[in-house]
Design a protein around this ligand. Structure first.
Ligand code: FES
Length: 144
């Protein structure tokens, strides 16, 4: 029976196994890390206008009428890293197609929820600092 499988079927099978192993390895490495991600300097608040998004490392910074917010770029589905798509004004996960609004809210796809918001502080040097290890409620805003 194995000889009867076509090359296309074999390639699809190998690709499926590879994706599955990759997802498991990401979950294992995420779960085994005892070290919380470090702070991310996001620069001066004056550099970001209302409606703009800035990404750095694994964090996105946004600004709306209520203030500044930051959320992680770890997809809550299987841990891939959604990328900002300026043309669509959305975050798109490259692995299984989840789509997120600028504020990280889930719009579609297999992700069970939105991108987790993280604490944001203003440093003494007036820079915005995201703290990826501290998850906060999605409505949290920093007013500067
Ligand atoms: S990891 Fe599956 S949709 Fe993001």
């Amino acid at each position: 029976m194995l000889k009867a499988l076509s090359l296309t079927t074999w390639l699809a099978l190998v690709a499926s196994v590879g994706l599955g192993v990759g997802a498991v390895l990401r979950l294992v490495s995420a779960g085994s890390g005892s070290k919380a991600p470090g702070p991310v300097d996001l620069g001066s608040p004056g550099d970001l206008k209302i409606g703009q998004i800035k990404t750095s490392q694994n964090v996105a910074l946004g600004r709306d009428a209520k203030g500044f917010y930051a959320h992680s770029l770890d997809c809550p589905h299987l841990g891939c890293h959604p990328a900002w798509d300026q043309a669509q004004h959305r975050f798109l996960c490259p692995c299984h197609g989840s789509v997120f609004a600028p504020d990280g809210a889930r719009l579609s796809g297999p992700a069970p929820r939105g991108l987790p918001h993280v604490a944001l502080e203003l440093t003494s040097g007036d820079n915005l600092l995201a703290l990826p290890g501290r998850v906060v409620a999605a409505g949290t805003r920093l007013k500067v």
